[in-house]
Design a binder for this molecule. Structure first.
Ligand code: NAD
Length: 330
């Protein structure tokens, strides 16, 4: 198949060229897929896209008019795709449901520990010859209550790591994970999780129903000084509300690998540019906020698995007209 890859970086090219073994014709493009760039898909049977590509109704209609028959997501989340519109126009959608849940879970715990012990700030201090410990005081994770929202593949591995640290792990998921129950994770209501957890970590997909799950009403139920970690999708958190909660002290620590307006920022080197997003820039001013640019997935193992599964999705669609790795029906 002829495949136009949007939003590609050097590392995507390497992993996909290795996995493809010259089976499909791959065309690597740097721009995001948007209404302005969709014409670049001309001549392609499939587009391969990532987390910040836009696949709204307008873009999907254009893809259909260009003869594109498959949208191959090289990620697990599919919140950026108008699935009903794709179905209406007969365009198949494939994704990579699992490539390395370990990568994201390990990174999540890394964010928790770094924020707690301020390792990033300590590193900067020592480089400046400042060996003062003021402001670096942390707490023992052992014995703390961590609340996980979502106990699928990533949430379950995060739970195991945290149990290993001696945390009490509580969780909310409309479909509680039996393996987690067996390990001693206590499933509770969302409100109980908000009120009991010292640390709250998000591991559920973004859907229209849970957009801004963490906003004023949820924040009001949380413990003073709570730590919130988001390695899932940015729009699960109402950033303006969290900024107010950071200012009041209600939120004591915030660790983000995703941000609701990340599409204009993440994955690019903007160090020479003026960043116009005042909300994002305000977040950067807090000493107790740690932000990374959507890198939780970024391990060698994950890139190899993403490329292998995506190439398998392309081959399956080419030979059978179907894609087993379609996003789940609602
Ligand atoms: P998964 O499908 O295995 O698990 C998701 C779980 O969330 C399921 O158990 C589901 O029942 C639960 N869930 C659904 N709606 C919920 C809600 N409103 N409240 C609580 N739980 C809910 O997915 P996964 O592989 O564990 O991935 C989780 C999310 O992590 C993905 O949706 C994606 O957004 C994100 N992710 C981020 C990165 C990164 O690099 N930062 C990488 C991969 C995945």
């Amino acid at each position: 198949m002829n495949v136009a890859f949007f939003s590609t970086k050097k590392y995507d090219r390497s992993s996909f060229l290795a996995a493809n073994e010259e089976r499909h014709t791959l065309r690597f493009l740097e721009p995001h897929l948007t209404a302005e760039t969709v014409a670049l898909a001309r001549g392609s049977d499939a587009v391969c896209v990532f987390v910040n590509d836009t696949l709204d109704a307008g873009v999907i209609e254009e893809l259909s008019a260009l003869g594109v028959r498959l949208i191959a997501l090289r990620c697990a989340g599919f919140n950026n795709v108008d699935l009903p519109e794709a179905a209406r126009l007969g365009i198949a959608v494939g994704r990579v449901p699992s490539y390395s849940p370990h990568a994201v879970a390990e990174y999540t715990v890394g964010l928790m520990l770094t924020l707690n012990r301020q390792i990033h700030r300590a590193h900067n201090r020592v480089r400046e010859g400042n060996f003062s410990l003021d402001g670096l005081l942390g707490f023992d994770f052992h014995g703390r209550t961590v609340g996980l929202i979502g106990t699928g593949k990533i949430g379950a591995i995060t739970a195991k790591i945290l149990l290993g640290l001696g945390c009490e792990v509580i969780a909310y998921d409309p479909f509680p994970n039996k393996e987690c129950v067996a390990l001693g994770v206590e499933f509770v209501t969302l409100n109980q999780l908000f009120s009991r957890a010292h640390v709250i970590s998000l591991h559920c997909p973004l859907t229209p129903e849970n957009h801004h799950l963490i906003s004023d009403p949820a924040l009001a139920k949380m413990r003073d000084g709570v730590m919130i970690i988001n390695t899932s999708r940015g729009a699960l958190i109402d950033t303006r509300a969290v900024i107010e909660a950071l200012k009041s002290g209600r939120v004591g620590y915030l660790g983000l690998d995703v941000y609701e307006e990340e599409g204009d920022l993440f994955f690019e080197d903007l160090s020479d540019k003026i960043i116009a997003d005042d909300i994002f820039m305000r977040l950067l001013t807090f000493p107790n906020v740690l932000i990374t640019g959507h890198q939780a997935f970024f391990t060698r193992n994950a890139l190899e698995n993403i490329a292998a599964t995506t190439v398998a999705n392309l081959t399956e669609f080419e030979t059978t007209g179907r894609c087993t790795n379609a996003p789940p029906a609602k």
